[in-house]
Unconditional design. Structure first.
Length: 563
């Protein structure tokens, strides 16, 4: 029977609850338990697919094509599990299900109420997760902060689970913040006390409290929280802000939280986090720095590109490098020119995106990378931009464009291809999730993968227009991967370039700390070579710190990654 660990958040949002949940998963997995994981999102959107990256950060796409919360990315990377739609539940899904059941007469004339109808459906989804995965432990994150109105049905549902599955089979972990008061030089516990009071008011007594803090949480503080919150001192865990999120499982383990959980869940096997610890040690001791430019639309908010950042880190790690990211707003290139903003980068990434804004800047970035032989990796939109640039510059098709950005162009080298579903309203019209891709032998991409057939995750509407495929191929934009029947181009690359590869899919979602995605791995290898050869691209470690923008991933990480 599946046991449950429920994780709630208090005091403020953005404490890194997703990282804590992912870490719990990793810690329990390292003790031999099989893990299921779920995010309960109290917002009313059915999924984050239609939400602006400014509102929600990255949309993480799972293998089955679900558009999910970016925390699922943390879960997949930390626990190394393949998740599906069952792992992301939103209030929007629950309410629309309740209402459609009511319309279909399933409630037999009853009055439909939050308790029990909404809460029952939430519990149904939690049980579905356990049934489908058969996992030993399901770690369930409740999004938002205790005290949010929309979170109440979710908290009520997990409260009821205590009784439903037996008190020994449901553990409640509450994550809070200990703010630091500079004037008195102390960490304050009162907000944590209030948050726990609010939680108890709902009927949930936490079994453990994890206290995020920028300073050491000493025994005295833990005893105080223990006294006021009725939690044993050993279950009050300090979680200091760390230099890398990948150190969180190690820190929690060291604080005794792994043993506490194992004891409560009756897991006797001792943990083996040695490989994970080696990985973190390597992360902390890079031999060199590689600077990569990400040219995108939402660069003010790096959370929009979270999986890209992580995939870069994984691939840099494999090269004993640390990656520094230059965040380049595509529109700035339109204004300032590619030379002035890309001159430090040893590699250029154009990530995914929608809409026309910034496209010309991305095209200039692709031209710069192609002409200067700078490694380039195009992720979905980044591949389309690469094709547009090549068609304009090499085929001489000046108005080459995507049907998405310039419907009036006579040369839609990127278009809506027959065989895809017809375009309708936004939401539900994209090619989503895993599709097979057959690699063309002898190409850089095929060499990177070292296999003939791969499955990759998609999230897009448009494709390379087959009417132009032969001309592009003939001029040196090779097709390096296609749908197995050859009908759609999945990967393109520039012949003779050290590494200029674009994929119609999103390889970033499949990267893991110990298994960088092959395309990222090869891209980073080429960037390191560029760094070796071109002095203008190499930055010694000591010069490379301190000059990043405020939105550098390091700073995002220090702030704990959004919930
Ligand atoms: N906007 C492009 C399309 O819909 C690319 C999407 C993406 O980068 N995910 O095809």
């Amino acid at each position: 029977m599946t046991q449950y660990v429920f994780v709630t958040g208090g005091v403020v949002s953005s404490l890194g609850k997703g990282i804590v949940v992912a870490s719990i998963g990793r810690m329990l997995k390292s003790r031999g338990a099989t893990i299921a994981v779920m995010k309960l999102d109290p917002y009313l959107n059915v999924d984050p697919g239609t939400m602006s990256p400014y509102q929600h950060g990255e949309v993480y796409v799972t293998g089955d094509g679900s558009e999910t919360d970016l925390d699922l990315g943390h879960y997949e990377r930390f626990i190394d599990v393949e998740l599906t739609a069952v792992s992301n539940v939103t209030a929007g899904q629950i309410y629309s299900d309740v209402i459609s059941r009511e319309r279909n007469g399933r409630y037999l004339g009853g009055t439909i109420q939050t308790v029990p109808h909404v809460t029952n459906l939430i519990k149904e989804r939690i049980h579905q997760l356990a049934d489908e995965t058969g996992a030993d432990v399901a770690v369930i994150e409740v999004g938002g902060t205790v005290g949010d109105i929309e979170g109440l049905p979710f908290l009520e549902a997990i409260r009821q689970m205590h009784n439903d599955v037996g008190r020994d089979n449901a553990i409640y972990v509450h994550l809070t913040l200990l703010p630091y008061l500079g004037s008195t030089g102390e960490l304050k516990t009162k907000p944590t006390q209030h948050s726990v009071q609010a939680l108890r008011g709902i009927g949930i007594q936490p079994d453990a409290i994890i206290c995020r803090s920028d300073f050491e949480v000493d025994l005295g503080l833990r005893e105080k929280i223990s006294l006021y919150c009725d939690v044993p001192t050993e279950a009050v865990i300090g979680l200091e802000t760390l230099d890398t999120v990948y150190a969180v499982p190690l820190s929690l383990e060291e604080a005794g939280f792994g043993d506490f959980l194992a004891d409560r869940l009756g897991i006797t096997k001792s943990p083996d986090l040695s490989q994970w610890a080696d990985m973190v040690e390597k992360l902390r001791d890079p031999k060199r720095t590689v600077r990569v430019a990400i040219v995108g639309k939402y660069v003010e908010l790096p959370d929009s590109y979270l999986s890209v950042i992580e995939a870069l880190r994984h691939s840099a790690l494999a090269q004993d490098c640390e990656v520094k990211i230059d965040w380049i707003k595509a529109e700035d290139i339109e204004e300032l020119g590619a030379d002035s903003v890309l001159d430090r980068a040893s590699g250029v990434i154009v990530p995914g995106g929608f809409g026309e804004r910034g496209i010309e800047g991305m095209v200039s970035a692709a031209r710069y990378a192609r002409e200067r032989a700078i490694p380039y990796l195009g992720l979905c939109l980044g591949m389309q931009v690469m094709v547009i640039e090549f068609a304009r510059s090499v085929l001489g098709l000046e108005d080459a464009n995507s049907a998405e950005f310039d419907p009036g162009s006579k040369n839609h080298v990127i278009a809506y291809m027959p065989g895809q579903r017809e375009l309708g309203t936004t939401g539900g019209t994209m090619r989503l999730g895993l599709y097979p891709c057959a690699l063309v032998p002898g190409t850089i991409a095929a060499g990177a993968y070292g296999s003939e057939l791969v499955n990759e995750r998609h999230r897009h509407r448009y494709e390379l227009n087959n009417d132009y495929r032969d001309r592009l191929n003939g001029a040196g934009l090779l097709t390096s991967g296609t749908a197995p029947d050859g009908s759609l181009v999945e990967i393109s690359e520039v012949e003779g370039h050290p590494f200029m590869v674009g994929s119609q899919f999103h390889p970033e979602f499949a990267s893991r700390p110990d298994r960088p995605h092959p395309l990222f791995r090869e891209f980073m290898g080429a960037a390191v070579d560029t760094l070796r050869e071109g002095a203008q691209h190499s930055l010694p470690m000591d010069e490379s710190g301190g000059d990043d923008t405020a939105s550098s991933p390091e700073i995002v990480e220090r702030s704990g990654i959004s919930t």
